[in-house]
Design a protein around this ligand. Structure first.
Ligand SMILES: [Fe+2]
Length: 474
């Protein structure tokens, strides 16, 4: 009996141990799984670029007609616009005639530039800044004066202020495939009307072509004109903008990009067009450069060090950073590529309570918890990101739809910091309501439809710094 009792008792304790171990394993599975890995994955096919004779690439009719028209903010606070366009036949006139319902015609005259890249010669690239605009006003503008005139319009943002609602679109890594066209169309048709695009780098993907065929820069400019001529696109540079090709004799990085896309970097005291800031409505937007030097003593480091203390949150409560390469990314693609910059700048992001960081580069979508990894110093082994209510939310929207296809392979288990991830093409919307609340949503391209596949309320880190990680998710 004693033996039996002993055996029975051993068996019972074994069972307890097994259950305990199983429980631990199950718990670990839950603990390790940070957030949601969406089960929706699009057909994994590399999308072809649209052919050169596609309607979206059409050259506007008429002699020397302006093409590839795009606008961006032209000063620091939002009452200037840079108008850019290209004429193909001759330089033409770099002037812009503009007016509003309340003002007479005015004229501003800009500059014209060209560049060569290997065997390609650009058209005549015009950039004209029109300033002293009234806030919250629709302006019409005409370019191509003296040849073929074309007319467009834009609306200036409201004057900077803490409770000014404003809606930003987020597009990254767009390229010029059929999927790119779907993404842009879904953005245009989104009922949450984006008023300005924060562009997250990697524009045309021309460098994926033999000899970096710059004709694909021109087609991209014509493709995006239908949005970028009417609302500002705030530019950040990605790796596909570098165009460094010593084998072709092209050794000046960013040559096509810097000739085609002017930004108001001087207005924020920057010394290069790759990092700068603007204020727009209730947002302070800092553009950083993943592909420019950022270590101590570099121009970008020095600029950001003096820039962050200047942000007045009682004027612009929402502090947004955009840059191409993510710091928190749980996809295999570009895993840890942003680590150098994270180590350099993350303590400042936490100190100055950046609200949200938008990235591209990884061709998928991901949204993080508010986490930081600032305790890690290489030798102390504290290398796991921890929840931090002073830290930003990191969002990757590198899923514009370019010819390189989706990044579908994810690290497993999903890290704690990753709240939601999905490998689909789409775009984002950041909808600021007031000084405390903003609504972020990500809209996947689901066949013919845009589907809000992820969303969250964000609480401002300056005015309402409470935990927002359990806000809603669609
Ligand atoms: Fe990239």
């Amino acid at each position: 009996m004693g033996v039996v009792r002993l055996a029975s008792s051993t068996s019972a304790s074994s069972m307890v141990a097994i259950v305990a171990v199983l429980g631990l394993v199950l718990n670990l599975a839950v603990v390790c799984n940070g957030g949601i890995t969406s089960t929706f994955v699009r057909t994994i096919k590399y999308s072809a670029d649209m052919p050169l004779d596609s309607d979206v690439f059409q050259v506007p009719p008429g002699h020397n007609a302006p093409q590839q028209v795009h606008i961006t903010q032209g000063d620091h606070q939002g009452n200037a616009v840079i108008v850019s366009w290209i004429t193909a036949d001759e330089p033409g006139y770099s002037g812009v005639i503009y007016w509003s319902a309340d003002s007479k015609n005015q004229t501003a005259v800009g500059v014209v530039t060209t560049y060569t890249f290997y065997n390609y010669t650009s058209g005549y690239i015009h950039h004209c800044t029109i300033g002293n605009l009234s806030f919250n006003t629709t302006y019409y503008y005409v370019i191509g004066i003296g040849n073929t005139e074309r007319q467009f319009w834009f609306t200036t943002p409201p004057e900077v202020g803490p409770d000014v609602p404003y809606t930003f679109g987020l597009i990254g890594d767009l390229g010029q495939t059929f999927d790119s066209n779907r993404t842009l169309t879904h953005y245009e048709l989104n009922p949450l009307k984006g008023q300005t695009v924060l562009y997250l780098g990697d524009l045309s993907y021309a460098n994926d072509y033999p000899y970096h065929d710059n004709v694909r820069w021109d087609t991209w400019g014509r493709f995006t004109e239908r949005s970028a001529a009417y609302q500002p696109w705030i530019w950040s540079a990605g790796n596909h903008e570098i165009d460094f090709a010593p084998e072709l004799g092209e050794t000046i990085p960013f040559k096509p990009y810097t000739h085609r896309y002017y930004v108001p970097y001087n207005a924020s005291g920057s010394t290069a067009p790759f990092w700068y800031s603007i204020k727009r409505a209730s947002a302070y937007i800092i553009v950083l450069a993943s592909y420019s030097a950022y270590g101590p003593s570099t121009p970008q480091y020095q600029w950001l060090e003096t820039e962050l203390p200047k942000v007045n949150r009682s004027e612009t409560p929402w502090l947004i950073v955009i840059m191409h390469c993510p710091w928190y990314n749980s996809y295999y693609s570009h895993y840890m590529e942003g680590e150098g910059m994270r180590v350099t700048f993350e303590p400042w992001f936490v100190k100055y309570k950046v609200d949200i960081v938008f990235n591209g580069h990884v061709h998928a979508y991901e949204r993080s918890e508010r986490v930081s990894n600032v305790a890690y110093n290489v030798v102390n082994a504290n290398c796991t990101p921890v929840k931090d209510q002073s830290a930003p939310v990191y969002v990757t929207v590198g899923d514009g739809g370019n010819l390189e296809g989706l990044s579908t392979v994810m690290t497993e288990p999903q890290p704690d910091y990753s709240l939601f991830r999905e490998a689909s093409f789409g775009h984002g919307i950041f909808d600021i309501k007031n000084r405390t609340h903003a609504y972020f949503s990500w809209h996947r391209n689901q066949d013919g439809y845009a589907v809000e596949a992820d969303s969250a309320w964000l609480f401002n880190r300056h005015y309402y710094p409470v935990d927002d990680s359990k806000s809603i998710r669609a």
